[in-house]
Design a protein around this ligand. Structure first.
Ligand code: GLU
Length: 428
């Protein structure tokens, strides 16, 4: 009798751009500019470790389903590896490898003492009960108990996961090891060692880097309009905080569709509506529905892709009207779109800089857990904002120095730091 079904529907990567290739093509350009030696190049081009786990889970109907999960440790030369866990039906090992490498570069850009990792489970959490998700999360943690650790590998939320899943992970890891280990994971609920300011941290970093970029472009936030793709944690916080700075948010979108208001959307109303309607904007009356594919090419000054990978491609890049793109998502622009965007003179604050506010406050959470001491919200935001503005300035100056786009400059800053650390540590 077959009670075990293998739940594995790996999304074919053939019909989307491969994020790993997208990441590698930028890495190659930056490595060339830096004159990176072959030895270091070879060390960095592949992840240190790739773990595939099978997670059997008793579903609510009594049957056992086996989920496939991944944890990729890209690099640990700068410190314990850090990176979120994604629950999504489209999770693919190549995607997790790219996301893990992006974490290495992200942590290096903001100069925090972490390496990079990423995890994922192929599943559709929207079709699972809380109990099923809990058992799957605990199974994943148990399977990776020798990988995770406060000084080894520290997971966090990503798409499809949040404080609830991090709490289960922390609990399972703590029980398995016979001690309470809050520092094994970040993005936890506040009551169990989460940090003030973590929830809004990524969106806040997007806001800080948008303001820094507007300043360089000589634009006043109160005179610009923006479109935000994605209204999850990153997009909604970016929208509300930019709105608070006077930016007119003309378009937002989520899984239910895209919405436009020429006079600017009241973002607080949109968030209240979303929260009252199952997390979706469908039916929101403060804006008119628009074709979601048109959001990216709509007539706005700033574009904030804050949803998934590879939405800006060679097919739509020509039609982008924004002067500034600030990447809230990881990998929203495919490498094939880069030359088009550069030729059009659009400034891009790349993902590994723009969305690094999240991991920065994760780092603060970890520090607080290790100190056993809670910081005020003021202290968290003040320090995180400073890290974001310093990183922005460093990347900006690098782009001027080498006459390269901000994206490549961010890779140059990151790879240079990692390569220099290899030189000092040596030991091969
Ligand atoms: N998943 C988030 C990211 O892609 C946060 C990672 C973390 O906080 O460790 O940056």
């Amino acid at each position: 009798m077959a009670t075990h079904t293998v739940y594995k529907e790996p999304a074919p990567l053939m019909d989307r751009e491969n994020p790993l290739e997208s990441m590698m093509s930028r890495f190659n350009i930056a490595a060339e500019i830096l004159g990176l030696d072959d030895e270091t190049y070879n060390v960095l081009k592949a992840p240190d470790k790739q773990i595939i786990v099978n997670i059997p889970v008793t579903m609510d109907n009594g049957k056992i389903r086996v989920f496939e999960g991944y944890r990729v440790i890209h690099n640990t030369i700068l410190g314990p590896s850090k990176g979120g866990i994604r629950y999504d039906i489209n999770v693919h090992l190549d995607e997790v490898k790219a996301l893990a490498a992006w974490m290495t570069w992200k942590c290096a850009v903001v100069d925090i003492p972490y390496g990079g990792a990423k995890g994922g489970i192929i599943c559709d959490p929207t079709k699972m009960s809380a109990g099923e998700i809990e058992r799957m999360t605990r199974g994943y943690t148990l399977a990776l108990k020798d990988i995770f650790g406060p000084d080894r590998d520290i997971p966090a939320p990503d798409m499809g996961t949040g404080p609830r899943e991090m709490a289960w992970l922390m609990d399972e890891f703590s029980k398995t090891n016979g001690m309470t280990s809050p520092a094994v994971v970040t993005g936890k609920p506040l009551v169990m060692g989460g940090s003030l300011g973590r929830t809004e941290a990524t969106g806040r970093g997007v806001m800080v880097s948008t303001l820094a970029a507007l300043k360089k472009l000589g634009l006043n936030p109160a005179d610009v309009s923006a479109a935000v793709q994605g209204f999850g944690n990153v997009g909604s916080w970016a929208a509300v905080l930019l709105h608070g700075q006077g930016v007119k948010i003309k378009a937002v979108s989520d899984i239910s569709g895209a919405y436009w208001n020429e006079n600017g959307i009241n973002i607080d109303d949109a968030i209240a509506y979303k929260n009252a309607h199952g997390g979706r904007l469908e039916g929101f009356e403060g804006a008119t529905p628009m074709d979601p594919t048109e959001l990216l090419t709509s007539d706005v000054d700033v574009l904030v892709p804050a949803a998934v990978e590879d939405v800006i491609t060679e097919h739509n890049a020509h039609d982008i009207k924004a002067k500034l793109i600030v990447e809230g998502a990881n990998g929203p622009t495919s490498a094939s779109a880069d030359p088009i965007i550069n030729e059009k003179g659009i400034m891009v604050v790349p993902d590994i800089l723009a969305n690094s506010g999240g991991v920065t406050v994760s780092y603060f959470e970890w520090v607080q857990n290790k100190q056993g001491f809670k910081w005020s919200l003021e202290m968290v935001t003040e320090r995180a904002d400073r890290i974001m503005s310093d990183a922005f300035e460093k990347v900006y100056q690098t782009s001027l120095k080498y006459k390269i786009p901000m994206r490549i400059a961010a890779y140059v800053v990151a790879i240079d730091k990692v390569a220099q650390t290899y030189k000092f540590r040596g030991g091969f």
